[in-house]
Design a protein. Structure first.
Length: 159
């Protein structure tokens, strides 16, 4: 908490909300054999495939905000579970393209429905998914996510 303001800081509240959401999604998608991180990957892949894209692991990492190495690890686990297929990109032999399998598409559709219901529940205090307060909240979050953060400056005591 900040010295200048009573109560929790915005950063603390964002952290708490993110943790609350992660735990809730983990619990909701566990019966489908997914974790929150895996859900984020397959749901994003599902959305990208619906627009005709077959993204590389790098592209999916950029889209989700996850580290490329973590996406690779998740993709391997999802491939072992039969939910996605990983293939070499014919245009770039270093790149790996991802696609949902038929089973992966079915599991993802179920997971998306479960998470949408959870999202409606989470946003009920703002009036629900389609409420003006929710749209404003989403716009504010987007603004914060789109703002670049400067790299940390080393703490140089001699300056």
């Amino acid at each position: 908490m900040s010295k200048g303001s009573p109560g929790p800081t915005p950063g603390f509240l964002v952290w708490r909300l993110a943790n609350k959401w992660r735990v809730a999604v983990d619990r909701a998608v566990a019966p489908l054999g997914l974790t929150h991180a895996q859900y984020s990957l397959v749901a994003s892949l599902h959305g990208m495939q619906r627009t005709g894209e077959r993204p590389s692991q790098r592209r999916l990492a950029d889209h989700t905000g996850l580290e490329a190495l973590y996406v690779s690890k998740l993709a391997r686990a999802l491939e072992s579970a039969g939910l996605i297929e990983r293939t070499r990109d014919p245009r770039d032999p270093r790149a790996v393209q991802l696609a949902l399998t038929e089973q992966g598409d079915a599991v993802t559709r179920q997971a998306v429905a479960v998470v949408q219901e959870l999202l409606q529940q989470l946003l009920e205090p703002l009036g629900g998914l389609d409420a003006p307060r929710t749209r404003a909240f989403t716009a504010e979050l987007t603004t914060l996510l789109d703002a670049p953060l400067a790299p940390p400056v080393p703490n140089d005591e001699s300056a």
